[in-house]
Write a protein that binds this ligand. Structure first.
Ligand code: UGA
Length: 475
């Protein structure tokens, strides 16, 4: 956590210069370490809750943007929140010693997958805690929000045993694209603590949400750490479950979207996260299920989560399936084919391309010799940095000009509502692969498109009754 060479151009406001300055009132002095998708939103939301906040990051450009109330990434509502809290007790710094007056410091740094391994890399969490130990008064509580292998909090606490500092864990459940609402009005709060001191402090931090009835689960630190990974593992499993069923639907000529609607009516199952298609990506679910597998194995419980290896495999098969469909659509050879890719972000309402299924598919098509033009309402700059070999266009119409096949890979609302007749006018061949099952298949077919979803028969096959291999075999 060394500070970058660039010095802050604006001194942080004198927030929290008195250690423990928030004690006794509703307002606390809150530090936030790491100003990425999680930390920047958390800092702004803490200020909105009425606390004095100082956000710290080693990235001077990010800090500078936040100081000017500019969001360093795409997150709906964040800029409004920054504007609202600007000068109202929200400050940003690249100097960790500016956190010295904090009552509580949230650690929001990344825990990426270690290169070549399944396990998470916790070095940034460790470095953050070590840096904080140098500057915080003993009265402060360090609260981890990052997703970590179970046991991390206890290990960190051990390194602080010579101090009075305490470590608690308060996992984050926010979704990118909905991060502000998820932070201000969470559906639950989990406090992993070893003392009432940390619990009391966390109850003061989140007093507004608690007053409106948000459930609070107070538990030990390992349970809190595991709650987070278990939640993400469950969500990933639910998505891969429906994608596995989609594979069977494809083989049987059945429709996975109707099936998901039908089973989703059972409230024990629920329709959410049964969206079959290209599968999950992003900076969380893929690496979290792998890190969970690695940690459980270290603990001798690897067999218990062996199914997560299959969850991962089902998910990755979706990408290969879409490439296969694209290849088949252009006659078996992608070399020289023109492919339009709608969507680069790992999901709509985000500019995040970390482990993006859409971008992965686009890169695979390019590797097979296709001319791939990608468009996305928010993620083109990030995508271009990761994949400069791809072509990019500002709109779906421009990306699709002369295309042999159009792939919908991220279901942004503006792609869902495309006029299929207008798009048909610019392509070379009206073929669409709807890898998120987000388009109205009948409408696209009526506009002359050869529409192909995932785990569902094409409208043409349904119309001729040729959809089902089961029926075909019986005939
Ligand atoms: C996920 C969790 O949903 C959050 O609760 C958690 O806090 C966060 O990870 C985290 O660990 O920080 P997020 O990565 O923002 O949030 O995205 P999700 O909305 O969970 O979507 C993940 C992926 O699953 C996306 O690629 C999405 O396209 C895919 N997905 C989602 C499907 O393929 N089908 C679905 O039905 C739903």
């Amino acid at each position: 956590m060394t500070a970058p060479t660039t010095a802050p151009t604006t001194a942080p406001t004198s927030i929290g210069s008195e250690p423990g300055s928030g004690s006794g009132s509703g307002q606390l002095t809150v530090g936030v370490v790491g100003l990425g998708y999680l930390g920047a939103v958390h800092a702004a939301c803490m200020a909105d809750l009425g606390h004095r906040v100082i956000g710290y990051d080693v990235d001077a450009a990010k800090v500078e943007a936040l100081r000017e109330a500019r969001a360093p990434f795409f997150e709906p509502g964040l800029e409004d929140l920054l504007a609202r809290t600007h000068g109202e007790g929200l400050a940003f710094t690249t100097d960790v010693s500016d956190l010295q007056g904090a009552d509580v410091v949230f650690v929001c740094v990344g825990t990426p997958q270690r290169p070549g391994e399944l396990a998470a890399d916790t070095q940034y969490v460790t470095a953050a805690v070590q840096a904080l130990a140098q500057v915080l008064p003993g009265t402060a509580v360090i609260v981890g929000k990052s997703t970590v292998p179970v046991g991390t909090a206890a290990d960190l606490a051990q390194t602080l045993s010579a101090t009075d500092l305490e470590v608690a864990w308060n996992p984050e459940f926010l979704r990118e694209g909905h991060a502000v609402a998820d932070t201000l009005t969470p559906d639950r709060l989990v406090f992993g603590v070893v003392s009432t001191r940390a619990e009391t402090l966390l109850r003061r931090v989140y007093a507004r949400a608690i007053a409106t009835g948000t459930p609070v689960i107070v538990t030990d630190r390992p349970t809190a750490e595991l709650v987070k990974v278990a939640a993400n593992a469950f969500l990933a499993t639910k998505i891969s479950f429906i994608n596995a069923i989609a594979e069977v639907c494809d083989a049987a000529g059945a429709d996975v979207t109707t099936l998901a609607d039908a089973i989703g009516h059972d409230d024990r199952i629920g329709r959410k996260f049964l969206g079959a298609g290209l599968g999950f990506g992003g900076g969380c679910l893929p690496k979290d299920i792998r890190a969970f597998t690695a940690r459980a194995t270290e603990l001798g419980a690897g067999q218990a989560v062996g199914f997560l290896t299959e969850v991962d495999a089902i998910n990755l098969r979706r990408r290969a399936k879409v490439v296969e469909l694209a290849r088949a659509a252009v006659g078996g050879d992608l070399a020289g084919a023109r492919v339009a890719v709608l969507g680069a972000a790992f999901k709509p309402l985000s500019d995040d391309v970390r482990d993006s299924p859409a971008l992965d598919v686009a890169a695979r098509l390019r590797a097979e010799g296709a001319h791939v033009t990608v468009t996305d309402p928010a993620a083109v700059d990030n995508a271009r940095r990761q994949h400069p070999e791809l072509d990019y266009a500002p709109t779906a119409q421009q990306a699709s000009a002369g295309a042999d096949v159009v792939l919908l890979l991220t279901e942004w609302e503006e792609y869902r509502s495309i006029d299929p007749a207008a798009l048909a006018a610019v392509v070379r061949h009206p073929r669409v692969i709807d890898a998120r099952n987000a388009l109205d298949a009948q409408r696209w077919a009526a506009a002359g498109w050869d529409h192909r979803g995932l785990g569902r028969p094409s409208p043409a096959a349904t119309a001729t009754g040729a959809a089902s291999p089961v029926h075909a075999a019986a005939a």
